[in-house]
Design a protein around this ligand. Structure first.
Ligand SMILES: [Zn+2]
Length: 309
């Protein structure tokens, strides 16, 4: 009798330990990831009976068709898709996570084009650009400005949800403030990261310097960007839509530059969807047709995009 009751005590003690372990391990995991929601990798089946930590992701509430950087070792960068980071620079530093980017090979093919739009989101032009892209079934990349996102967060949300790539294009686009130093430049990027993350739950790793890096960046800028894991994205075809060019002129500007067939393997076209760029929007269907007629592959900017030059 005495033996039986001791056995029972052991059994109870053992069960309590097991129960504690069972309850605490997922809790510890949740605490580490500091998550709003923990869901499995997109495309994988929802929780199996015993979810392994490796299949758990911290993703925003609204998940777009994209590649999310979240430290999961079984999360190789996916080609074709836009890239987002679940963590800001600050969060990575606080958690002791790497700011380095995954190493991937640059993607070249015989005919590749990335359409890019700067200075939005704009309540007039961006939705029309999105409609045109959708009607052609293609994705593009939008380099967005912090002050514009604050005014039009819904437009940014739509860009994200429709599977386009989003890049950081500074907080206020004011050159004399932005380019005081590498630190002021990066602090605008980080401020805009936070604003983007508030709207879509994640932040980009790609950025584009307003006016282009040439003439504005010193070695220190490049070093700071690389240390913090930002990818600066240039262009090799300019639509010339920054002035008051009409749609026909914008189209011709692009076509003329495509005479350089060295660019066909990795064309990056600079356009603007900010306020006052209605002519770009008018030119867009012809621009898309030009590339479609020549069987170009439309891609978004991601970690596989080669340098423009
Ligand atoms: Zn710009």
């Amino acid at each position: 009798m005495k033996n039986k009751s001791r056995l029972f005590q052991y059994f109870c003690g053992f069960s309590a330990v097991c129960l504690t372990l069972l309850v605490s391990s997922p809790l510890a995991l949740l605490a580490f990831y500091d998550s709003k929601s923990v869901v499995p990798v997109a495309g994988a089946s929802v929780y199996q009976d015993s979810p392994s930590p490796k299949t758990m992701y911290t993703l925003p509430d609204t998940i777009a068709d994209a590649y999310y950087m979240n430290e999961n070792p079984e999360n190789p960068p996916l080609s074709v898709k836009p890239v987002y980071d679940v963590f800001t620079v600050q969060e990575r530093q606080t958690k002791g996570l790497s700011l380095e980017l995954p190493k991937v090979s640059p993607y070249y093919a015989s005919k590749v084009v990335c359409l890019t739009f700067d200075d939005g989101p704009d309540p007039e032009n961006t939705p029309v650009v999105l409609d045109i892209l959708k009607s052609h079934g293609i994705k593009a990349t939008f380099f967005v400005v912090g002050t514009q996102i604050e005014k039009h967060p819904d437009v940014l949300r739509r860009v994200y949800q429709e599977g386009h790539a989003i890049g950081n294009h500074s907080y206020n686009h004011v050159y004399r403030e932005l380019y005081q130093s590498a630190n002021t430049y990066v602090s605008q990027l980080r401020r805009t990261d936070d604003i983007i993350k508030k709207v879509i739950g994640v932040r980009p790793r790609i950025s584009r310097a307003p006016g282009g890096s040439a003439g504005s960046f010193t070695k220190e800028y490049w070093e700071t960007l690389s240390k913090l894991g930002y990818v600066e994205v240039g262009w090799n075809v300019s639509s010339g839509d920054a002035s008051n060019a009409k749609a026909g002129r914008i189209f011709n500007n692009i076509v003329t530059q495509m005479d350089n067939k060295n660019l066909w393997s990795h064309t990056i076209v600079l356009m603007h969807d900010g306020s006052g760029h209605g002519e770009t929007v008018r030119a867009l269907p012809d621009i898309i047709k030009y590339y479609k007629d020549r069987q170009f592959e439309f891609r978004v900017i991601n970690l596989e995009t080669p340098p423009a030059w």
